[in-house]
Design a protein around this ligand. Sequence first.
Ligand SMILES: [Zn+2]
Ligand SMILES: [Zn+2]
Length: 398
Amino acid sequence: MLLMVILFFHWHSNFLKKNSSSIFEDNSENYYEIKRIEREKMGNFRKSKTQIYKTDRSTITAVLNEFKELHLSEYEFYIKIGKYLLMTEQLFSLGFPEESLSGVCILNSHFPFSRSVPNFNKNKKARIRFEDCPDDILKMRVFEQTCARCGTEFYLTSAGYLTHERCYYHYGKLKYQWRDGNQDSVFTCCGRPFNSKGCSVGQLHVWSGLERGLNDNLEGFVRTQPRTNLWVSPGIYALDCEMCYTIKGMELCKVTVVDMEGRRLYNSFVKPEYYVIDYNTRFSGVTERDVAIFGKTLSQVQQELLTFIHEDTILVGHSLNNDSRALKIVHKNFIDIALVFPHERGYPYRYSLKQLTLRCLKKEIQSSDYGHNSFEDAVSCIELLLWKIVQDIREEEQ
Ligand SMILES: [Zn+2]
Ligand SMILES: [Zn+2]
C-alpha cells in the first residue's frame, strides 16, 4: 500500500547560481564573467561556520587524470553517463520521494530507510510497564517496531517510547565461517556467535523506516527548481548524507556535496527535529557536539543546497534514495552508483561503496575507527562513475 501525504512545497526565489565542474572547457564569452559574479555572491556563504564552498581538493588523481586524457566534451560526457540516469518510472519503486501530478509528495512506504541488521533477537518482545504510563498515553494507538540494531520488538506511540530498556546489539556484520567441517556465524565486531548478547549497548532500541501515524508527517519537502541562468552548466555533483537514530526513526545529521573534481562544495551538520537516541557515531562519524555547535536546520540546508542544485543537475551517490528522503528533496536526475554496478544476484542486493571502491579502484575506504567520512564517500562515488565511463569507452574501442 502506498502512502500519500499532502505537502506544501516551499518555493525559493532567491537563487544563487553555482558554476559546475571545471573538468570541461567552456569557451563562451560570458563564462568567466559569470564565474566572477558567482564568486562575489558566494562571499556571504564563505563566512559561515560550516565552511560552505570550501574548495578542499581530495586525492582524486589517478582516475581523474585517466578521464581527462579522453578529452571528452561536456556534451559527450553527458551522453556517456545518460544511460546510468535513473528513469522517472524507477524512482518511486526505488524509494525516492516523488511529486504527483496534483503537486503532492508521494513516498513508497515499503522501501526501508537504512541498512538491514542481523535480526538475532527475532521473536524477542519487550515488555510495556503499563503502570508507568500516564492515562493520556494509554489511550493512544500502540505501535510495534523491530529494533534496527538487535531485532527486539518494542513499543511506542506517536508521543514517544513505551519501552524504556537498553539495547544490547552487535554493530558488526555476521560473517559465515567453516570450523571443523561445520558452518557457523560470528559477528565481525567481537567475534562472538550469532546468539550471543550484544557487545555494545544503547540507551533505547531504535527503528528506521516510515510508519503511518508515527513519522509520516512529511511536511517540509522541497523541489529542485529550473536554472534561472542557462549559461552555466547544470552541474554533476556527488552527495552523501549521514543519519542518526531519533525517537521518530532516522533523521539527517550531516550532508556533504562534492564536484566532479573531488572538491568539497558544501558540508554541513544538520540538527535533527526530534530527540536523538544515538548519533550512530561509529558509522556516521557525527557527534552530538558537532551538531550542537555547527548544526543548521534542515530547512536552512535545503535552501542552501537549492542555490546550486537545480532541476537538471545530476546527483551521484550510493543508495541515493535514502539521502533524498532524509534531505526531503524531490529531484529527478540521479545516478545511483549501487545500480551502475549491479549486484550479481540482482536487485535488491547491492554492493556496498566499500566493496566497489576496493574492487574497482583498489582503494580502502570506511576503515577509520571514527566512522564514515561523508566527504570520502562522496568522492568515491565520483571516482567510481569516472572509472566506469573510462571502462565503457575502452570497451567500445575494442
Ligand atoms: Zn559484537
Ligand atoms: Zn535494540
